[in-house]
Write a protein that binds this ligand. Structure first.
Ligand SMILES: *[C@@H]1O[C@H](CO)[C@@H](O)[C@H](O)[C@H]1NC(C)=O
Ligand SMILES: [Zn+2]
Length: 999
């Protein structure tokens, strides 16, 4: 047995696994001919044209998800996904030759759930026969720049899981289909490889890169997607006409190309002319590709609302093209799918070039760099990231409490899963949608927060044994220092749920009205507290409905791994304002610090020096802005800066040269409150026990009275001799080396010296020299760069007055509360001598920033401290102890049957990051889950939709290695050795575990 199945059916009644599909299923399974088996066979001596009918259905863009689904608001866009699916199924049933691929699971399952069982059976049959094929299969076609890998894995798992539940193996997509995202990350390719995909198709890459690749027939390649993982190569095809049909051959109702007119006696008969034009175009395309197979994407945005019309003409295109074979034309056209195309390339036994960096940034012409969307809509990007955080907490709590086992609560969890899946879409997290759609995404997230809030409340009430009047609520407005419970209740309980596998501590900050508070832990100890006034710029925010003018700070220590601890807070009856709330008198030299580091501010109020281990280094922080280019977009050099595009007009201005300061020092934290001008302020803080510096920036409303759009950046300047090199993360995981003004695989023509150097920073940007290193972690995705040695720059916020002409049709000019949108967020800076563990510490901090302990608040007015202490369960942990520091519990969620859980562990470091922590590490599941009774453990591929022992990817050969035999199936990692799980650097392993618990 390759995997461990310990089926001790102690509770066989509850664990019995009813087949999810009746006998019919098994029957059709035997006859199933989907996937590679269903592929038309390419002809060796001909040019094979794989015609792939498809529709690109944005999960929100110019219209909301539901407006697209139901086809409303046709004045904005004629697009109705329900009609597309209705119509496509009918057209497929009409002619068995036809094939279609469907991509977005968010739309598909909306439609599926509305169909009769007869139609569902017909669709299942189409899937079994490989005529309807799911490609990509994630909830949405995600963006690759701003999205975080935790959310990507979740949204694939969600879509792929439903496909497997509904269609079994024939519903498993073999190809990635990222045809519209604006640039491509290496991590996306790596995740696809780990999920067992055989290949990836995309369209958007730098115009110069495309030109060079087409000239050299390097349009298909083997992407080496990880420097850490085995089996991470992914075959990649760059599509030829983005994802549109060949020019002139879009037969959709949305297009106006000519149909085939083939009446033999018709005066309008155009068959010969049309086929001549088609063949000419095909020969041109064939010059750009290596094999005798070409993939032609027959579709576009929301095509196939009238599928019969499109299919009928493709039927004829195929028929009349192949008729030319009689005249010696060696072209063979047929309906195909990306899967079948991959198979044909595989069977062609060619060798392919390789690539090991990524496809960022994407420039569509010499002046048009799609680097603005790395930052566009900063508050929406943060909201999404908080959503991911809550989702992890909600999954765990829902899984851990018997009280949330019912389908009602499982469905509440689904609402948030759906929402986070939708947010990954390439017009959602990117900020490239219309304003009304952005509003709808925010509404959807809010609803999902409320839904999962029911679960967390119910689970915590159960796990804490709290009386029924106690509620566990979240304060979602802490980002503007507002929270009803802490501001209005004399006594309240703070419960911190830690979703990580490591015990942790956290500085809790709560907006309050009183002057002083007593905070007690469950042992009854009074904890030291600190009170800090809010900066005026926060206190005065229009959006606040709060009179709290200070924050109570305390250190919540020993928060157990995957568990919670709570604190009882009571307002103290001394009306005296505390001394630590007074700003310190102005001093010759302003400095703040702790035992690890000190920061010094110059006479202008700017940070300009850091002292670490007795050594001082220049470290200056400034805010600047670029003015957005304004143009008519008619030609490249007239491109405007907009939602997608970052194009500064050449000016770069300091927000302010002189800054007002207030300094506060207490036992927990020292802070400098800076005011740069009316619309930029910041708090720089150092906590007593932290080795990083926190920068909490507040930007907006960005002024536009001068009719100039502005893009605000923060710059961290040091004297690190970085020699043009810096590093940015890919979706929060592996770091990618960037070299200023340089591309690895072509000569960069530098027309846009700033925006051409911008890269996505999902989690971290860093630079270093032999001696020193500086890294900045962020709390949402942003664009970032290093324009000079030693300097890191991140874009925080943008407000622009003109559209950049890529379809949105609106300027990115966000407003709220009657003025320009204000955004607030954090950077975490680590600076220091390059030493062992410095990168490891960044990795650990990154994890803390992403999923810290979630704070729940409960009104405890009616429950005294004594009662709380004696009757509530005040601490709880699922794990017996912390996981090793470099192992992360990436996923813990309720799975398909009761008592089954999807569990993922990952190694947090890359191979070369740390001499100690990068080493492979072994954990023992029996120990980790010793509080559970484990019945079975079965490993899956990363998406959770395929058993690990069934994984077998088709292999392509690079032209750098001589053709070898197919590699032996990779079995190295199967769980063979009892409960031991070994993780190599950056490795993620996924398990379905059957277990029960009684905490
Ligand atoms: C996928 O679905 C099939 C058919 O129901 C099932 O046998 C298999 O266990 C599922 N795979 C996973 C990994 O859940
Ligand atoms: Zn799209």
């Amino acid at each position: 047995m390759r995997f461990l199945v310990v089926l001790i059916l102690l509770i066989a009644g509850t664990l019995a696994r009813p087949g999810r599909f009746g006998k019919d299923w098994d029957h059709s399974q035997q006859e199933a001919k989907c996937g590679y088996e269903s592929c038309p066979v390419a002809k060796r001596d001909m040019l094979n044209l794989h015609l792939v009918p498809h529709t690109h259905d944005d999960v929100g863009w110019l219209k909301t998800v539901d407006q697209y689904y139901y086809g409303s608001r046709t004045s904005i866009q004629r697009a109705g996904v329900q009609y597309i699916l209705d119509s496509v199924i009918e057209a497929l049933l009409h002619n068995p030759e036809r094939k279609f691929i469907y991509v977005e699971s968010a739309f598909f399952f909306k439609w599926w759930n509305e169909q009769t069982s007869e139609l569902q059976d017909a669709v299942k049959e189409l899937v079994q026969q490989g005529r309807l094929e799911f490609i990509n299969g994630a909830w949405s076609m995600n963006d690759e720049a701003a999205s975080h890998y935790q959310s990507l894995i979740d949204q694939y798992t969600w879509g792929l899981g439903l496909l497997n539940d509904t269609f079994g193996e024939c519903g498993r997509p073999r190809a990635g289909w990222q045809i519209d995202p604006f640039g491509h990350s290496r991590e996306q390719a790596s995740l696809l490889a780990q999920m067992g995909y055989d290949g990836l198709f995309f369209a958007r890459l730098d115009y110069a890169d495309r030109a060079k690749r087409e000239a050299n027939k390097d349009t298909e390649l083997i992407w080496k997607s990880s420097v850490n993982l085995d089996d991470s190569e992914l075959f990649t095809t760059i599509l030829y006409t983005l994802y549109q049909a060949p020019p002139g051959f879009c037969f959709d109702v949305l297009c106006s190309d000519e149909p085939f007119i083939d009446g033999p006696n018709s005066a309008e008969n155009n068959v010969d002319a049309r086929i001549d034009a088609f063949l000419e175009w095909v020969y041109g395309m064939a010059e750009k590709y290596r094999s005798n197979n070409l993939i032609l994407t027959m579709g576009g945005d929301f095509t196939y609302q009238d599928a019969g019309m499109y299919f009928k003409n493709i039927d004829k295109l195929i028929k009349y093209t192949n008729a030319r074979q009689q005249h010696g034309v060696k072209i063979n056209a047929f309906y195909s799918t990306p899967t079948c195309y991959l198979k044909a390339l595989h069977d062609a036994e060619l060798t392919w070039p390789t690539k090991s960096d990524d496809f960022f940034p994407y420039a569509s012409d010499p002046n048009t760099y799609w680097t603005g969307y790395f930052t566009s809509r900063p508050t929406s990007k943060r909201f999404e990231r908080v959503g991911n955080h809550l989702l992890q907490v909600c999954k765990q709590l829902t899984a851990l409490s018997p009280a949330t086992r019912s389908s009602y609560f499982q469905n509440r969890l689904t609402v948030l899963r759906d929402a986070i899946g939708v947010m990954q879409h390439h017009d959602a997290i990117t900020g490239t949608e219309k304003q009304h759609v952005a509003d709808d995404y925010a509404r959807m997230l809010h609803t999902a927060f409320e839904a999962c809030g029911e679960n967390t409340n119910e689970a915590l009430r159960d796990l804490t044994k709290a009386p029924s009047d106690i509620k566990f609520e979240s304060c979602h407005l802490l980002n503007i220092s507002q929270c009803a419970i802490t501001e209005s209740k004399e006594s309240f309980v703070v419960t911190l749920y830690n979703p990580l596998g490591h015990s942790t501590y956290q500085y809790v900050r709560l907006p309050v009205n009183g002057n002083n508070y007593v905070v007690r832990n469950s042992q009854g100890f009074e904890l030291p507290t600190q009170m800090i006034p809010l900066p005026d710029t926060v206190f005065n925010l229009n959006s606040r409905e709060s009179i709290a003018n200070q924050e109570l700070v305390f250190l919540a220590d020993q928060i157990p791994p995957m568990g919670f601890t709570s604190f009882y807070v009571t307002e103290a009856y001394d009306s005296q304002a505390r001394k630590d709330t007074e700003p310190l008198p102005k001093q010759e030299v302003t400095s703040i610090g702790n035992k690890y580091l000190s920061l010094y501010f110059n006479n202008n109020g700017l940070l300009n020096m850091i002292n670490i281990n007795g050594e001082s280094h220049w470290l200056q922080q400034d805010f600047l802005y670029y003015e957005g280019a304004l143009g008519n977009n008619a030609e490249a050099k007239n491109r405007s800066s907009g939602a997608y595009i970052f194009r500064p007009n050449g000016t770069e201005k300091l927000v302010s040269a002189s800054v007002q300061l207030r300094v506060y020092k207490g036992d927990h934290v020292q802070e400098v409150h800076q005011v740069f001008n009316d619309w930029v302020s910041q708090v720089i803080r150092v906590y007593e026990d932290e080795q990083h510096v926190e920068f909490e920036w507040l930007v907006g409303p960005i002024p536009i009275e001068d009719e100039i759009g502005k893009e605000i950046v923060t710059r961290y300047q040091s004297d690190i001799v970085s020699k043009g090199v810096f590093w940015t993360d890919a979706n929060g995981r592996e770091m990618i080396k960037r070299v200023r003004n340089h591309r690895d695989t072509w000569d960069l023509e530098l027309n846009e010296p700033v925006s051409a150097n911008y890269y996505p920073v999902t989690a971290k940007i860093a630079l270093e020299d032999e001696y020193k290193r500086m890294a900045v972690l962020n709390d949402r995705a942003q664009g970032g760069t290093s324009l000079q040695d030693g300097v890191l720059e991140l874009m925080l916020h943008r407000r622009l007055l003109k559209d950049d002409a890529f379809g949105v049709g609106e300027a990115l000019n966000e407003t709220a509360y009657g003025t320009g949108l204000i955004a607030r967020g954090k950077h975490y800076l680590m600076f220091g001598p390059k030493a062992s563990q410095s990168v490891a510490k960044e990795r650990f901090l990154q994890n803390q920033v992403l999923t810290p302990a979630w704070m729940f608040l409960s009104d405890a007015t009616d429950h005294s401290f004594g009662e709380w202490q004696s009757t509530f369960k005040t601490a709880f942990s699922v794990l017996p102890s912390s996981l090793p520091a470099n192992v992360n519990l990436l996923t813990f969620e309720p799975w398909k049957q009761p008592f089954t859980y999807l569990v993922r562990f990952e190694h947090l470091l890359e191979r070369s990051e740390d001499p100690l922590y990068s080493a492979p590490i072994t954990i023992n599941l029996e120990y980790v889950f010793s509080k559970f009774n484990i019945y079975s453990v079965r490993e899956t591929t990363l998406g959770g939709n395929q058993w690990r022992e069934d994984k077998s990817r088709i292999h392509f050969f690079s032209n750098s290695v001589p053709t070898a035999q197919e590699p032996v199936e990779d079995k190295s990692n199967l769980l063979i050795d009892g409960y031991q799980v070994t993780l190599g650097p950056m490795e993620i392993r996924t398990f379905v575990m059957e277990m029960s618990f009684n905490f």
